[in-house]
Design a protein around this ligand. Structure first.
Ligand SMILES: Cc1ncc(C[n+]2csc(CCOP(=O)(O)OP(=O)(O)O)c2C)c(N)n1
Ligand SMILES: [Mg+2]
Length: 338
């Protein structure tokens, strides 16, 4: 990890502002989704990224846009938007509308944008890890220097299929990064109750995979670590595992009553002191890059933009009943894919 001053010097004020904008935008977008869920505008399951923004913003800034591949589980609203997907199409999908990226038939957990290199959006815990390996295998087989970024949670890192996947990528030296987001919780349980060894980065070691643990609450250090890791995987075409320490501020899903089961109010309050947006605000102010008035103006502008996105999505119709069997198994559109 480089020191903070060095990272700030490497980045232009415009890039730093972009990090801030991306994090605030994701936070406001997710909060809007939560409100819409409570109004009955969103059905099914929905999981937000509040508190974890610095991780995706830092990693995606270091990826090659429209080239590298990304795959994740069901906490999947932020990644496609960071890859250039239309936020209205993301919101429409979350709201089950025909203008959505999966034509309104996938919902919050099944967002895809293959043209941008985003391969979902998967609801089965651990189930997408071998698919990530497949993406990396395809890139290597075709001689392309694409890197695959495969997100998974601390809970998913216990899944048998994850260990099988680590074995194969270790054996075949596939250019993939497993990004374990250790947000300290699986669904209704916390890390110490579900993992025999809570140092999750060690999961890669028996398979000869270079593995490390990094801070996920400081976007500047995430960006620095991500740049180093992504460049290395691209150059060596070998796998890497990174355990990113972050924290989810809200319940597991929109309908989850988290406090009663596995965390106290005191713990939540303490965690909020590590808020990645607040952290960046302090840095930007101390370094004289942005003052509070500008931050507030950006926040207002993005909150308004999120409201407009929501209104536009809400104007999109629900899919027609006649489409119910379309795009279920076989009628995918390969010409649109990579
Ligand atoms: C195979 C399987 N088992 C159980 C579930 C139910 N489930 C949904 S999310 C989840 C917890 C996963 O936690 P983690 O991997 O840490 O991801 P996070 O929600 O923290 O992002 C569980 C057990 C599931 N979707 N799939
Ligand atoms: Mg988790």
């Amino acid at each position: 990890m480089a020191n903070q001053t060095e990272t700030i010097q490497k980045l232009s004020p415009a890039q730093l502002e972009e990090f801030y904008r991306q994090m605030v935008f994701i936070r406001r977008f997710e909060e809007k989704c939560n409100v819409a869920y409570r109004l009955g505008k969103i059905g099914g399951y929905m999981h937000t990224y509040v508190g974890m923004e610095a991780t995706a913003v830092g990693f995606h800034a270091a990826l090659k846009q429209n080239w590298d591949y990304v795959i994740t589980a069901y906490r999947d609203h932020a990644q496609p938007m960071l890859m250039g997907s239309d936020p209205v199409a993301v919101m429409s999908e979350i709201m089950g509308r025909s203008g959505g990226l999966s034509r309104g038939k996938g919902g919050s957990m099944h967002i895809y944008d293959i043209e941008k290199g985003f391969f979902g959006g998967w609801g089965i815990v651990g189930g997408h890890n071998p698919l990530g390996a497949g993406l990396a295998f395809a890139a290597k087989y075709r001689g392309e220097d694409r890197v695959t970024l495969c997100y998974l949670g601390d809970g998913a890192s216990n899944a048998g299929v994850f260990f099988e996947t680590l074995n194969m990528v270790g054996l075949w030296d596939l250019p993939i990064i497993f990004l374990i987001e250790n947000n300290e919780f699986a669904m209704g349980t916390r890390l110490e109750y579900h993992a025999a060894d809570t140092e999750l980065y060690k999961r890669g070691l028996p398979f000869g995979i270079e593995s490390e643990r990094i801070d996920g609450m400081d976007v500047l250090s995430v960006y620095d670590d991500a740049t180093r890791i992504i460049n290395k995987v691209r150059e060596t075409s070998k796998p890497h595992l990174v355990e990113v320490m972050n924290y989810r501020f809200l319940g597991h899903g929109a309908a989850d009553n988290d406090r009663v089961l596995y965390r106290s109010k005191e713990e939540e309050d303490a965690a909020k002191l590590r808020d990645p947006i607040v952290k960046l605000e302090k840095i930007l102010e101390e370094q004289g890059i942005m003052d509070r008035a500008k931050m507030e103006a950006i926040d207002d502008e993005l909150s308004e933009k999120v409201d407009e996105i929501y209104e536009a999505a809400d104007a999109s119709p629900f899919p027609d009943v006649s489409e119910v069997y379309d795009n279920v198994y076989s009628d995918i559109e390969p010409e649109k894919g990579h």
